[in-house]
Design a binder for this molecule. Structure first.
Ligand code: PLP
Length: 370
């Protein structure tokens, strides 16, 4: 469509053109309600989110990173505590842990790039307060084994479901398995705002009450401040937009799964390419369709020359980023480091056409044909 013959990794314009009448109506209504801060739309969207994820409640916040930091801090995680997470991750996850004052403890990824329950069990210490489980790319971690490993030691399990709107574990939406879950509505996510946004899902109503205060400058009531806190509220206009979009989430996730299936069939047994897989007890939300190849950079250049844009999630391991390198200077996470060198994200979103996916498949096959 736009950009002539390119296959883009995302095309927000295409998404908004399709939904525009409905979005325009929702935004107009919100503007005229005259309640711009934590307005009606925020409350309605929180109810819709909690219903979708089968949790008791949801708290809208300013970003996924804020959702992570607030969840951990709200559980009392702080200086002197350790939080275990996976070495193959979005770097902001590590930063959220550091921002609480706690110490991030990394364990190497499994071959899917996910947190491995046995590695977590081995990393638990008396200082471990929480395990942050990231459903990376949209595939759930093994929530049974992580639940057992954490419960046995009185450690809190927090889910990072920023990439996993619509993912399920044993036929139940992710986000309700730990004590809290963080969602991001970054525009690129399966449920994306036009700007930043995030939410915490929880079944713990006391935690929820603390988080409602913590996202709002520590306010107890209109003129009363009961705590020192940042301003981390979900914007009302973003909530109004997201309230429209959440009605399409299931259809969009099914569409992503259908297109992923086309990739799975079209790219089976191509060269040394490793394709994503889905566990039988999980529903992959395919936020990202990530393949692996030792020739990743060559494949990427070859596709770019054919007008196909790919992504990298992520090319620098989080513990090698300048922000965190000093802390992990004497540690190595070989699987995470290999994944950083081999992962390649193919274009996949609900708005891609089957013809576009076929073009990507042709491009990848052409590369490996040599
Ligand atoms: C996007 C993302 C975040 C951060 O979300 P923001 O809304 O960009 O702050 C956190 N964790 C993971 C796994 C993400 O993909």
């Amino acid at each position: 469509m736009s950009q002539g013959s390119c296959v883009l990794s995302k095309d927000y314009g295409r998404q908004y053109r399709l939904l525009w009448p409905e979005i325009a109506e929702a935004l107009e209504k919100t503007f005229l309600e005259d309640d711009p801060i934590l307005g009606n739309a925020v409350e309605k969207f929180e109810v819709a989110l909690a219903t979708y994820h089968q949790t008791a409640t949801a708290i809208g916040v300013s970003s996924g990173t804020a959702a992570l930091e607030l969840s951990l801090a709200g559980l009392g995680v702080g200086p002197g505590d350790e939080v275990i997470t996976c070495a193959h991750t979005f770097t902001g996850v590590l930063s959220a842990i550091v921002l609480t004052g706690a110490t991030p403890v990394l364990v190497d990824a499994d071959e899917r790039g996910l947190l491995d329950a046995s590695a977590v069990a081995a990393a638990l210490t008396v200082r471990t307060r929480a395990v942050l489980a990231i459903h990376l790319y949209g595939h759930p971690v093994d929530l049974d084994r992580l639940g057992e490993a954490t419960a046995a030691r009185g450690v809190r399990l927090v889910e990072d479901a920023a990439q996993a709107h619509g993912a399920r574990w044993r036929n139940r939406p992710v986000g309700g398995f730990g004590v809290a879950a963080a969602l991001s509505f970054h525009p690129s996510k399966n449920l994306g705002a036009f700007g930043d946004g995030g939410a915490v899902l929880t079944n713990d109503l006391e935690l929820a009450a603390r988080l409602r205060t913590a996202r709002n400058l520590g306010k107890g009531s209109k003129y009363e401040f009961v705590d020192v806190a940042r301003n981390n509220k979900l914007d009302t206009l973003q909530a109004a937009l997201l309230l429209v979009k959440i009605g399409y989430l299931e259809t969009w996730v099914e569409r992503r799964r259908h297109l992923a299936q086309l990739y799975n069939e079209g790219l089976a047994d191509v060269g040394d390419l490793v394709l994503p897989t889905e566990r039988p007890d999980a529903r992959h939300a395919y936020h990202l369709y990530v393949v692996r190849s030792p020739r990743r950079d060559e494949v990427r250049r070859f596709l770019a020359a054919r007008g196909i844009r790919t992504g990298l999630h992520y090319p620098i391991a989080a513990h090698r980023q300048r922000a965190h390198a000093a802390r992990f200077a004497r540690q190595a996470f070989p699987v995470a480091e290999r994944l950083a060198a081999e992962v390649l994200t193919l274009p996949l979103s609900h708005e891609h056409s089957e013809a576009e996916i076929a073009r990507v498949i042709d491009g990848v096959r052409a590369f490996f044909r040599g």
